[in-house]
Design a protein around this ligand. Structure first.
Ligand SMILES: Cc1cc2nc3c(=O)[nH]c(=O)nc-3n(C[C@H](O)[C@H](O)[C@H](O)COP(=O)(O)OP(=O)(O)OC[C@H]3O[C@@H](n4cnc5c(N)ncnc54)[C@H](O)[C@@H]3O)c2cc1C
Length: 326
């Protein structure tokens, strides 16, 4: 049986999310290994034009375009995907460990009675199949998971787990039909969109996070300036969010967002397990803390034991100068 790989393409404001391109890039490598095909699955309304964005990354692009799919709803999206997956019978289905992915993938796995690995960070080959890398116990243990291949394996990956390779394919577009239920059990009365100008926290390559050691909301200005220079995003610990210094959308950790940027800088953050569970897969971790025994230093690749208020202005000026010189 061909070991075809499917990637659920997630859209945000009508554009393909970065995590989907990351998964397609990795999916190409996996499909190449098995000499199988890589499929991108694009669901929504007025999405045919978006197929061009994923064609360079896929062998085939399945498009299901229907008015009833304009908004993400678990019932319609799960039904559509179930039908597609039963028809094409892929080996593995990849999606982002995003709000949508976390909602949709377990439902699909349950419908197929299949294995699901959520919040994974890597993938490799094992015997004749794959093994999936997933942090456990707040990142204290890294597990490699193999799954029964009786039916499709469902996997959600943290954004930034893989790089985006330049797409060189020209995927054939396959249009599939979807009949919206005439009498749906649930109707979406409306949505309220929270409009944010900020870079998506989970997709940011650079995150500078402030903790209680930043002493107050006014001191986050220097973090904003550094994030601006780096084209990244400011994050926060829960202590900061609970103190109403920052919005919940900035929170990193167990009850906030799980992030995996190329560079994470933690300023005045102790490194409590609930925080580190959300950032310990960052590629490079820098900690600035005046307490040399702060747990964050166990996770840090580089540590600065000093007063954040002394370090941050110097860092900002150095980064500004470096950027100007480039
Ligand atoms: C169920 C549950 C879920 C949770 N979820 C989350 C979550 O999602 N995210 C999260 O972050 N937390 C979460 N927490 C809370 C978590 O356990 C910690 O309480 C929290 O992360 C601490 O935040 P902090 O590091 O900013 O503050 P603190 O622990 O108070 O640490 C402040 C640090 O700043 C340093 N400091 C002080 N002044 C300076 C200075 N001038 N310069 C440099 N360093 C300085 C101190 O040495 C200290 O290490 C959760 C807790 C529970 C129970």
């Amino acid at each position: 049986m061909a070991k075809d790989i499917f990637v659920f393409v997630e859209l945000k404001e009508g554009a393909v999310r970065k995590v989907s391109l990351e998964l397609l890039s990795k999916g190409k490598e996996i499909a190449g290994h098995f000499s199988s095909s890589l499929y991108a699955v694009l669901i929504g309304h007025n999405v045919k034009g978006i197929a061009a964005t994923v064609q360079p990354y896929s062998d085939k692009v399945i498009v299901i375009d229907n008015e009833g799919l304009a908004e993400y709803r678990w019932d319609t999206y799960a039904s559509v995907l179930e039908g597609i997956l039963r028809k094409y019978n892929p080996y593995a289905v990849l999606g982002g460990s995003t709000v949508t992915g976390k909602d949709l993938f377990p439902r699909l796995a349950a419908r197929f009675g299949s294995a699901i690995v959520s919040d994974a960070v890597g993938i490799d080959f094992h015997d004749s199949g794959i093994k999936i890398k997933k942090p456990l116990f707040g990142g204290k243990v890294i597990s490699w998971i193999t799954c029964s291949e009786d039916s499709a394996i469902f996997i959600t990956f943290r954004p930034n787990s893989f790089g985006i390779e330049k797409g060189s394919l020209n995927g054939e577009v396959i249009e599939e039909q979807f009949e919206a239920a005439k009498d749906p059990k649930m109707n979406l009365a409306g949505t309220e969109k929270h409009v944010s100008e900020k870079v998506d926290l989970q997709e940011a390559d650079f995150i500078i996070c402030g903790g209680r050691g930043m002493k107050g909301p006014e001191h986050f200005q220097v973090l904003e300036e550094i994030a601006g220079i780096m084209g990244g995003r400011v994050g926060a610990s829960r202590a900061v969010v609970d103190s109403k210094w920052r919005e919940y959308e900035d929170q990193v950790g167990k009850s906030g967002k799980t992030v995996s940027p190329k560079l994470y800088i933690g300023c005045g953050i102790s490194g409590a397990l609930h925080h580190t569970m959300g950032m310990d897969t960052s590629k490079v971790i820098v900690a600035i803390n005046k307490d040399p025994n702060a747990p964050i230093f166990h996770y840090a690749d580089y540590g600065i034991v000093d007063d954040a208020f002394a370090v941050l202005p110097v860092l900002r000026e150095a980064l500004k100068k470096t950027r100007e010189e480039i």
